[in-house]
Design a protein around this ligand. Structure first.
Ligand SMILES: C[S@@+](CC[C@H](N)C(=O)[O-])C[C@H]1O[C@@H](n2cnc3c(N)ncnc32)[C@H](O)[C@@H]1O
Length: 247
């Protein structure tokens, strides 16, 4: 029975449910159980909301609580508990049906800055009997470029992708812009004011693209960071800056 447990991580894209792949849609519709990570105290996971239109009526959904923290001492047991709960759920289905297939929904792409990589490691350690596959998804920065109608990179251009919260000082940004034609900054959040000031001093703020909640009804895409008055961006926001005016 054990080898009959399967899990597919499905990247559901950053917001618009129609950005999911055909394969991801099929896996969701066919899965015995859909698993969704959820942060403590938050409402329904955004990945699950994006996946909802593709689920069968009455399809079983199990949420796996994961704390919103970088504290490994809290995260590791939470990942272990999530892995154990996931395998126990699939095992119970398999006991009745002879096999079980779960789909685990992930915002954007499953292996690009997400918790799925950690969960996969823990699953492989604790439950090597489960077969895991990944269906890629549209990452938020790719969708942001599409919504803004601005190329990310052409021909031999170099692109850097960084988490803004760790790279928002002027020196780091100056180095990045010196070495790359385009810099994508994720996890802007509280770093927005610092990013805007640093890019302003580098003379680049007016050509930086700000994209928040891309693909969602509250989407905001703006060219020029000066037009973004807030000092703090929502969690779902990113900045893309090109060294040259016309990328
Ligand atoms: C933990 S990372 C997850 C990335 C995701 N796996 C992907 O492939 O895009 C979270 C960061 O992705 C970016 N992000 C994800 N969804 C977004 C959206 N709809 N609009 C803008 N940024 C988004 C933000 O920078 C956010 O802080």
């Amino acid at each position: 029975m054990a080898e009959k447990l399967r899990l597919t991580a499905v990247g559901v894209g950053p917001g618009d449910p129609e950005w999911i792949t055909v394969k991801g849609q099929r896996v969701l519709a066919e899965a015995d159980v859909v698993f969704a990570p959820c942060s403590e105290g938050a409402g329904e996971s955004l990945a699950l909301q994006i996946a909802r239109p593709w689920l069968r009526p009455g399809q079983r959904v199990v949420t796996l609580p994961l704390p919103m923290t970088r504290d490994r001492a809290r995260l590791e047991p939470a990942w272990q508990a999530a892995a154990d709960a996931l395998v126990a759920t699939l095992g119970a289905v398999a006991a009745e049906r002879g096999g079980a297939h779960g789909a685990y929904v992930v915002l954007g792409d499953p292996l690009f800055y997400g918790t799925f990589a950690h969960l996969w490691r823990v699953l492989a350690d604790r439950h090597p009997e489960i077969g895991v596959e990944v269906v890629p998804g549209v990452p938020a920065f790719v969708a942001a470029a599409a919504r803004a109608g601005r190329p990310l990179a052409t021909s031999s251009q170099r692109v850097a992708i960084v988490p803004a919260v760790y790279e928002a000082d002027e020196r780091s940004l100056a180095d990045l812009v010196a070495n790359f034609d385009a810099v994508v900054m994720l996890k802007v959040g509280r770093a927005l004011a610092r990013v805007r000031a640093a890019l302003g001093r580098l003379g680049l703020a007016n050509r930086a693209l700000y994209a928040a909640r891309v693909g969602l009804p509250s989407e905001r895409v703006a060219l020029g960071l000066e037009s973004v008055e807030e000092d703090e961006a929502p969690y779902l926001s990113l900045v893309i800056v090109h060294r040259e005016e016309k990328p």
